[in-house]
Design a protein around this ligand. Structure first.
Ligand code: PLP
Length: 232
């Protein structure tokens, strides 16, 4: 299958999961994770109607954004771990930052956004599996990070993002997705704001994530095929 065909299959699976969950199809946005794939692959997906793309590395995102500047309406999602010294590079129009988990990165991105005259939508990354190897704030620390985020005038805090522990199958990931949603609900109440977005679910488990309330699913392999080069 080519990229357009795989994209069509993923879209159909997203629509089916929405239907199973009793949610409208437009409640879930598909982010095509293009990390390590060439700009030409992104053009193919764009030609098939895809507009939201996700990248893990700031330099790679910046280079691709430049190479694809001729594509109107393309939107870039930064889904990697944001280091504060790279924050400035993400202060561009239509950026969406999923991977915020440190006070310094939050403050640097806020400052960069303010300087650029932008208000950037962001998500707080939470390590729901409490794995030492993973990025994201611990669930217990989410309140403190959220307080910092909520105070940033140039960042629009929209919700939470997570990468669950690797599990045997899609179904086994559901408790982690459920935990993220519950945390979102309680933060939403504590901070008295809507927090509509839940970024969760990848190629192997996006259907489970949709059943648990995902609004942004980040799908790479199922659209672009296996990544041959190691991410930089
Ligand atoms: C690479 C990556 C994805 C996509 O993973 P696939 O299994 O290829 O769909 C999603 N989210 C994050 C944070 C990633 O790093």
């Amino acid at each position: 299958m080519n990229i357009a065909q795989r994209l069509a299959a993923v879209r159909a699976a997203v629509a089916a999961a929405c239907e199973r969950a009793g949610r409208p199809r437009d409640a879930v946005r598909l982010v095509a994770v293009s990390k390590t794939h060439a700009a030409e692959a992104i053009r193919e997906a764009y030609a098939a109607g895809q507009r939201d793309f996700g990248e893990n590395y700031v330099q790679e995102l910046v280079a691709k954004r430049r190479a694809l500047a001729d594509l109107p309406g393309i939107r870039w999602h930064f889904i990697g771990h944001l280091q504060s010294r790279k924050a400035r590079d993400l202060a561009f129009p239509q950026a969406f930052v999923h991977g915020l988990d440190s006070l310094s990165a939050i403050q640097k991105l806020d400052a960069a956004a303010r300087e650029a005259g932008l208000r950037i939508p962001v998500l707080l990354q939470v390590n729901v599996g409490d794995e030492t190897s993973k990025s994201g704030v611990a669930p217990e620390a989410a309140g403190d990070a959220a307080r910092a985020l909520a105070a940033c005038g140039a960042l629009s805090w929209e919700g939470l993002m997570t990468i669950p522990p690797a599990v045997a199958n899609s179904e086994a990931a559901r408790p982690f997705f459920r935990r993220l949603r519950a945390l979102r609900d309680s933060l939403s109440q504590d901070f008295d704001r809507p927090l509509p977005e839940l970024s969760m679910g990848m190629s192997g488990d996006f259907e489970s994530a949709i059943l648990e309330g995902a609004t942004l699913v980040r799908v790479g392999t199922a659209i672009f095929g296996h990544r041959e080069t190691r991410p930089r």
